[in-house]
Design a protein around this ligand. Structure first.
Ligand code: FAD
Length: 478
């Protein structure tokens, strides 16, 4: 069933009210549908992109720029409307205590988590055959192995699930309906109502036995922080927004192949032994050969001649302001690296600025800590050595890779994680091992905001694994 909240403000009461219809929320709703319970799926946006909804994703950035408005989509299907579909699962070593950072790691076992991998792979339309290696030529040495990943088509959750949801008598999808507050009753420990608003600022209250926040990592923290009655809980005050993480994309340097004309590119992944020995984050290093510039006809001949001349004379950098030239076999080294979750590291808090619905905007302080810099430099130096040692070619690292005084420029991967971390106790996080918010008896969180560590893979398939696990828990409590 589908309700447009901008036209109908009367909403039924639900058994389970899921707020946010991205991959996490949609997966949870469709899994719970068979329970016969009344499921509400509350979505801020409509079925298409709208500037009005998207503008509510504006944030205040006080650290490195996360591009938080551009890297999320605020309508049915969420950010899966433009995700790339790269999937790499967590590895057993991610679940070791004290893997990285000064906050506690995963409080559940890898097996408990991995149990849901086959079903999560099906949801993102991956073949059962699994993941493929991405390095055409392996490195020698023990620091790196060939990276493994798989590519989802990529699955667009809106396209795949809209019809099923619309036709389902147990699921009510409510569009254009923004969560603005959660009413919490300290005496019973229950969230009693979700206060929602349309775009004309007209509000209603939704009643449900259980509520699940699935609005993406930044909004999950932001909405908790904006809910004054909940934030009166001592358990939450200290930890909501703490331990926020991204994956770091650093251009580490350039390389030139040693006569390997057929070598395309190679993805390498840090070995468990190397990461443990160095006590650093794990992740991927990609050696990508730059595409040659395409030219046709007479200009092709001239360009080929000039390019050859420039490369032989080693003056490409000097003439790059005139023409961008990539010499044959030349490439760049890029990364997807894990950040350390830190008590005083990156954090989501509230800005003094409000959006047009009256909610405080998220203030994002994305930090690259000393631990992260050590991860970047250690991996970069070893990758350069391994590349040369394997006879593949030569690497020229950028000076910031070894010069402590230099600032390391890097970009985010649009992988927002942490802020409502899963933990065994309230001292280390916001949700318990069942994803229930500490201090409450009926409020849960789904999505990568619950990750205590981010690993070196992509977050969407793992967050689906957790959504599947949560659906089982909720079924057992109904
Ligand atoms: C360009 C790009 C490429 C990416 N590529 C990959 C990739 O290759 N692999 C990978 O694993 N990940 C990738 N990601 C990340 C991936 O998109 C996210 O991990 C995933 O979408 C998160 O799912 P989610 O359901 O938790 O949140 P979202 O997809 O962000 O969905 C949240 C939903 O909540 C709704 N919402 C927000 N606020 C409210 C509110 N107040 N009230 C009601 N509803 C609300 C939103 O409208 C949205 O529908 C990529 C991201 C980007 C931007």
């Amino acid at each position: 069933m589908l309700i447009d909240f901008s036209k109908t403000r009367q909403l039924p009461a639900f058994d389970i009210c899921i707020i946010g219809a991205g991959p996490a929320g949609i997966t949870l709703a469709t899994k719970l549908q068979s329970t016969g319970r009344k499921i509400g799926l509350i979505e801020a946006g409509g079925l298409e992109f709208s500037e009005k909804s998207q503008s509510l994703y504006r944030t205040e950035s006080v650290g490195r720029n996360l591009y938080a408005e551009l890297s999320r989509l605020r309508y049915f299907g969420g950010t899966s409307n433009h995700w790339s579909g790269r999937c790499r699962p967590f590895v057993p070593e991610d679940f070791k205590p004290n893997h990285i950072g000064d906050l506690p790691g995963w409080p559940i076992t890898f097996d408990e988590f991995n149990h849901y991998l086959p079903e999560a792979m099906k949801i993102v339309d991956l073949p059962e055959s699994g993941f493929f290696k991405t390095a055409t030529r392996p490195f020698t040495g023990r620091e790196f192995e060939s990276d493994e990943h798989a590519l989802s088509p990529p699955t667009r959750f809106a396209t795949k699930y809209l019809q099923e949801i619309q036709q389902d008598a147990n699921i009510t999808l409510v569009l254009n309906c923004n969560l603005v507050d959660l009413a919490f009753d300290p005496a019973s420990g229950a969230v009693t109502q979700a206060i929602v608003s349309d775009y004309e600022k007209k509000r209603s209250a939704i009643e449900a036995k259980t509520f699940v926040l699935a609005m993406g990592a930044i909004e999950n923290s932001r909405l908790l922080l904006n809910s004054a009655s909940l934030m009166s809980l001592a358990e939450l005050k200290a930890m909501v927004g703490v331990g926020f993480m991204e994956h770091m994309n650093v251009e580490m340097g350039k390389f030139i192949l040693r006569g390997e004309s057929d070598w395309d590119s190679g993805g390498y992944f840090t070995s468990a032994a190397f990461v443990e020995e160095q006590h650093i984050g794990r992740g991927n290093v990609t050696f990508g050969v730059l595409q040659e510039i395409k030219s046709y006809g007479r200009t092709a001949k001239i360009k080929t001649f000039l390019k050859g001349l420039a490369c032989r004379m080693e003056i490409t950098e000097k003439i790059q302001f005139l023409q961008s030239i990539n010499c044959p076999g030349q490439g760049v080294i890029t990364t997807l690296l894990e950040q350390a979750p830190l008590k005083n590291g990156s954090r989501i808090s509230l800005s003094d600025q409000t959006d047009f619905l009256g909610l405080k905007k998220a203030r994002i302080d994305w930090i690259v800590s000393d631990d992260d810099i050590r991860t970047i430099r250690t991996i970069g130096k070893e990758a350069a050595k391994a590349f040369a040692r394997s006879g593949l070619g030569l690497v020229k690292l950028h000076p910031y890779m070894y010069n402590d005084d230099e600032f390391i420029p890097l970009s985010p991967h649009a992988h927002h994680m942490g802020g409502t971390r899963m933990s065994a106790t309230p001292a280390g996080g916001v949700v318990d091992t069942n994803l229930k918010v500490f201090g409450t008896r009926n409020l849960y969180v789904a999505g990568s905001s619950v990750f205590p560590t981010g690993g070196g893979g992509n977050p969407t398939m793992p967050l689906l694994q957790l959504a599947l696990r949560l659906s089982e828990h909720l079924q057992s409590t109904l």
